[in-house]
Write a protein that binds this ligand. Structure first.
Ligand code: ZN
Length: 242
């Protein structure tokens, strides 16, 4: 089974459309979504509808639950807070109920899907360092987890002796006895200085993973953010991928 793993769409309809078009051309059979459908972008309801209908497995992110008052947003930066308040005002009742009922972690076919880390999912811990990855591996039930949250694509591996290391590059083939935590990057607001939308394709049969980068109509997404009255920094950063 070939999976597309998407995360952090953040209401960016143009990026999501481009990714959906691309994954259909790649023979993808199932889609998993790792949370943060909303927040930052101008099309939260449209993105949620598409994700609800098109994904096999979906978990909640901190912005999803922030928008329905299920998680604390006081630690969000001012632009993120403004976007959450805007999103909360604009979400349909149907989408609010849908977000409320999402789980934080899914295990399926030996894979774990979680927004932030397998270590204390409701605390939304970031995984940037090897130590943070080791904490995630310690709580990971299976051998492979897909995460988002940092908007920064990464592949981390834990060797049979417990040592955690970074796998360089954007692809890997699974090795026996090695466990993996893979950050698939962000569809709607990449932060690794590459503005192209990011998502991952994982093939359960060949056990290969490959990060994908997809250009999309950034000027249109920016125009909609400004027209909605959202902070201009949220439009500007899309062009830089920060
Ligand atoms: Zn996010």
């Amino acid at each position: 089974m070939k999976w597309a793993v998407l995360s952090d769409v953040h209401g960016n309809w143009e990026a999501l459309q481009a990714v959906m078009t691309h994954l259909r051309s790649q023979g993808v059979e199932r889609i998993a979504f790792l949370g943060d459908a909303v927040g930052y972008g101008a099309n939260p309801n449209e993105c949620l509808k598409l994700l609800r209908e098109g994904t096999e497995r979906m978990v909640a992110g901190n912005h999803d639950w922030g928008a329905i008052d299920r998680t604390d947003i006081t630690y969000f930066n001012p632009a993120a807070q403004a976007a959450i308040l805007w999103t909360a005002e604009h979400l349909t009742e149907e989408n609010r109920i849908f977000l409320r009922d999402l789980p934080l972690l899914h295990q399926y076919h030996g894979m774990t899907f979680v927004h932030a880390s397998p270590y204390q999912p409701p605390a939304w811990h970031y995984i940037f360092t090897l130590e943070e990855a080791a904490a995630g591996f310690a709580e990971l039930a299976g051998d492979i987890a897909f995460v988002g949250h940092s908007h920064y694509p990464l592949i981390l591996a834990q060797r049979p002796d417990g040592q955690v290391q970074l796998v360089p590059g954007s692809r890997m083939t699974r090795e026996n006895g090695v466990r993996y935590i893979i950050n698939v990057g962000s569809v709607g607001q990449p932060r690794d200085r590459n503005p192209d939308a990011a998502y991952g394709i994982y093939d359960e049969d060949s056990q290969e993973y490959q990060l994908q980068r997809i250009p999309y109509d950034i000027p249109l997404a920016q125009k909609k953010i400004l027209k909605a009255g959202l902070p201009s920094t949220l439009a500007n950063r899309l062009a830089q991928g920060v």
